[in-house]
Design a binder for this molecule. Structure first.
Ligand code: NAD
Ligand code: ZN
Length: 341
């Protein structure tokens, strides 16, 4: 089968013919139809310090996908050949303290497809049956293929108290833009989105942001809509140090900061003034809650109140991965997907 492979240390991916994955009795084989390209793939493509420390080539890359089940291991009872599915890409041990207390999203034994084992930028992928998630008939493979990053946004937004809240979203990459739509569907009373990039601010507006502003305008906008107090909730979705400080500055006293964006390096924080004396709560987001987030996502999509379609701006075949990477790095894109079959 065709697959994009991280062949060796160094930049780039190689499109090559590799054997189809074989499945164990508790796994299923999925024919991949759509795959999303994400920032993590860019790190692996560029072979930055994180990728060097984490990944062991050669392996098939990619972790966001949807497709059709092609083969089912004999211990998997609730998945059939031909089912339309996506999957949770974090494979957990299911046995540890975290997994057995409803916190599998922070399982210390997590292995991620396309990072720690073969991924989905390929014609087929094998997945444990427990990770498979069925798609409703009216959910396209396009939308199925972006459940992973959408799930990040659902997890970030819905673990805060959104109905009626004033919300600031710092960073309108694909995940931030999804979060705008989710907060709108969940009944936020004011959604202020900030980014440095006008294309992305326009997408945030399309998805329902009341205000889409540059970072330097965020303070005045927040104050205007909150009687000078600050927002109830900040979703920090950029990972940029100045935006993180701004999140702490513009959340109200007693408010909540949901931290999804990953800073490239350690940053200095004044715990006394930025966190403690403001009495705020900070929540670190890892992946998607298993499987609370998945149920919420499916129900929001089913309700028709949340439609992520406008976030997908570009599509490429596997052969054009270099162009896909260029488009992502340029900042001119929303979500970029690969059309595989
Ligand atoms: P992205 O890089 O496309 O989006 C980040 C956005 O922040 C960009 O649009 C950028 O223009 C904007 N930005 C830059 N400076 C800013 C500033 N000062 N104020 C406001 N916005 C600013 O990334 P994405 O794919 O949407 O992911 C968002 C973040 O979440 C990234 O840091 C990513 O690494 C992280 N992430 C975390 C998890 C997790 O489980 N915690 C999962 C996936 C991604
Ligand atoms: Zn575990």
């Amino acid at each position: 089968m065709k697959a994009l492979v991280k062949q060796s240390a160094g930049s780039g991916f190689v499109l090559k013919d590799v054997p189809e994955p074989s499945i164990r009795d508790d796994e299923v084989l999925i024919r991949v139809r759509r795959a999303g390209v994400c920032g993590t793939d860019v790190h692996i493509y560029e072979w930055d310090d994180w990728a060097k420390g984490r990944c062991k080539p050669p392996f098939v890359v990619g972790h966001e996908f949807a497709g059709e089940v092609a083969q089912v291991g004999k211990l998997v009872t609730d998945v059939r050949e031909g089912d339309r599915v996506t999957a949770e890409g974090h494979i957990v041990d299911g046995r540890c303290l975290l997994c057995r207390t409803g916190n599998a999203h922070v399982c210390p034994y997590t292995r991620i497809i396309g990072v720690d084992r073969d991924g989905c930028f390929a014609e087929y992928i094998s997945m444990p049956g427990t990770n498979v998630w069925h798609l409703d008939d009216n959910i396209s493979f396009d939308i199925g293929g972006i459940h992973d990053p959408m799930g990040n946004a659902f997890h970030t937004a819905l673990t805060a108290d959104i109905p009626g809240a004033t919300v600031l979203i710092t960073g309108c990459g694909p995940i931030g833009i999804f979060a705008v739509g989710i907060c709108a569907a969940a009944g936020a009373s004011r959604i202020i989105a900030s980014d440095v990039n006008d294309t992305r601010l326009a997408l945030a507006k399309t998805m329902g942001a009341h205000d889409a502003v540059h970072p330097e305008e965020a303070e005045a906008t927040v104050k205007r809509w909150t009687n000078g107090l600050g927002v109830d909730v900040v979703l920090e979705m950029s990972g940029v140090p100045s935006a993180i400080h701004q999140a702490f500055a513009l959340v109200r006293v007693g408010g909540r900061v949901q931290m999804l964006g990953i800073p490239a390096k350690p940053i200095d924080v004044n715990f006394a003034t930025e966190i403690i004396f403001k009495g705020i709560t900070i929540y670190g987001v890892v992946g998607r809650r298993m499987y609370d987030t998945w149920h919420q996502m499916t129900r929001f999509l089913r309700s028709g109140e949340f439609d992520p379609t406008p976030v997908i701006t570009h599509r490429f075949p596997l052969e054009e991965i270099d162009e896909a990477m260029r488009v992502i790095k340029s900042g001119e894109a929303g979500k970029v997907i690969l059309e595989i079959a």
